[in-house]
Design a protein around this ligand. Sequence first.
Ligand SMILES: Nc1ncnc2c1ncn2[C@@H]1O[C@H](COP(=O)(O)OP(=O)(O)OP(=O)(O)O)[C@@H](O)[C@H]1O
Length: 262
Amino acid sequence: MPHTAVPHPAFPSSTTASVAARATGLSKVYGQGETRVVALDSVDVEFGRARFTAIMGPSGSGKSTLMHCMAGLDSVTSGSARIGDVELAALNDKQLTRLRRDKIGFIFQAFNLLPTLTAQENITLPMDIAGRRVDREWVGRVVETVGLSGRLSHRPAQLSGGQQQRVAVARALAAQPEIIFADEPTGNLDSRSGAEVLGFLRESVRAMDQTVVMVTHDPVAAAFADRVVFLADGRIVDELAGPTADTVLDRMRRFEAAGRTS
Ligand SMILES: Nc1ncnc2c1ncn2[C@@H]1O[C@H](COP(=O)(O)OP(=O)(O)OP(=O)(O)O)[C@@H](O)[C@H]1O
């Protein structure tokens, strides 16, 4: 039963209200027999609402798998993945599709923009597909925040890589999803454009109470987050609040050293 204690404002408890997504004992196993891979091994993690969380860890540690399971893009083998109060395993395909469409925003390394549509049309496409009314005022604010006001009638080919990624960020933000999952969102960008995009994500969390979960290899990118969780071999092995690029790098080096001696 949920406890009913009133949380002290300075110490928000991890009740549903403050948690946008939660994994409990989440395991994911691919294949069987000789090809069996335990990608996630009983992961417990919460992603706070209106928080920016980075997921880091060595290649193959399970970062993308965790994100895909939390976003309903992949099924879980055991344990639980929830968005808000919704247990993803309890949904059928149609309900999952609707949940992804209505509650989740995605930003991937490949921008996934439609080449024949303008920036504006790409930004509102998910809402148009869902038959949702477009909140023009909100979209205007998003477009201004990501600095695309002068580029709305351009098609993707007429935009730089950084601008295209900003369109992808605006598209995710425009629908006001409960949570945005970003997988290496700046992987293809030069460091200046990357920093801009991360700054916009950071600003969306601060100014618009957006929730963002981002997978990254880059300590500089992770430093834009409020918190970093570290995965190794499918387990959460550490976390860091208020990260800087140096503290993240330091933590990564320590894991590498531990990995070499274990
Ligand atoms: N569809 C799949 N079938 C079989 N094994 C998979 C599949 N997807 C991932 N894996 C395995 O699960 C483990 C975790 O993979 P995952 O892609 O989640 O790691 P990652 O931390 O995101 O890695 P990277 O940083 O290289 O992208 C790896 O050993 C990978 O080979």
